[in-house]
Design a protein around this ligand. Structure first.
Ligand code: DC
Length: 216
């Protein structure tokens, strides 16, 4: 069974996905990590990442040889462990950029479907319920106001300026919502979750109620 959780950066979807995976004993696939690792892999090899001038065939050829391995809490791509390098906002912005490239999306969507075969799995990202697993039995779509999300990010960062963090969040929203390929949006059959005023425990309680009702 596949459960999808899509939504905005810092909307609480990762914590919810971890909580739900633990509660249900499902595997967890963080597809944002996959986009982050893909961006890093391209940057490490010196690829030009300017959308208009990028080497589409070169990226396709490189990625044809690569596979993802996603053991718990790790992201390995093309045999390289990227886990320690992908947590910063720079890696998130890079992921959002390469997420606009058709050849990157094709590869990652195929890998996500491969990794989910035969699994009870929670797939978290931007396009899981819309483009990758449109047939998923349960879909969630997370949102919270940009101000709440910026405040949450501030709590995770040591040195940060609120206005800068808020701008980064708004810029990422715009890029993720406005790309022509698989833009960030709720699937028509997704359950919308505004987490602005909900605790993690309450979000998890509501999700479990939905999943148990659908499974039952
Ligand atoms: O969830 P995250 O912040 O780690 O994702 C980083 C970026 O990766 C996000 O801003 C857009 C891109 N992404 C995507 O395009 N599709 C996904 N399924 C997951 C992430």
């Amino acid at each position: 069974m596949v459960i999808t959780i899509d939504g905005y950066a810092a909307s609480g979807k990762s914590s919810a996905a971890i909580g739900l995976a633990n509660a249900l004993q499902f595997r967890l696939l963080n597809t944002g990590w996959m986009y982050r690792a893909a961006g890093m892999a391209l940057r490490d090899r010196g690829f030009d990442l300017v959308p208009e001038t990028r080497d589409r065939e070169g990226i396709r050829d490189l990625f044809a040889e690569f596979h993802f391995d996603m053991p718990p809490d790790k992201v390995i791509f093309g045999g390289v462990d990227f886990t320690d390098r992908i947590m910063c906002e720079g890696a998130g912005a890079l992921a959002s950029l390469v997420g606009t490239f058709a050849e990157v999306r094709e590869k990652l969507k195929a890998e996500q479907r491969r990794l989910a075969i035969g699994e009870d799995i929670i797939c978290e990202g931007r396009d899981q319920g819309t483009a990758v697993f449109p047939e998923a039995r349960v879909k969630f779509f997370f949102w919270a106001s940009p101000e709440v999300r910026a405040a949450r990010r501030m709590n995770q960062l040591v040195h940060a300026d609120y206005d800068t963090v808020l701008k980064q969040i708004r810029d990422r929203d715009t890029q993720d919502e406005s790309r022509s390929l698989d833009p960030l949006m709720a699937a028509p059959d997704a359950i919308r979750c505004d987490t602005s005023e909900l605790s993690e425990a309450e979000v998890l309680r509501q999700m479990l109620a939905v999943v148990n009702a659908r499974r039952g």
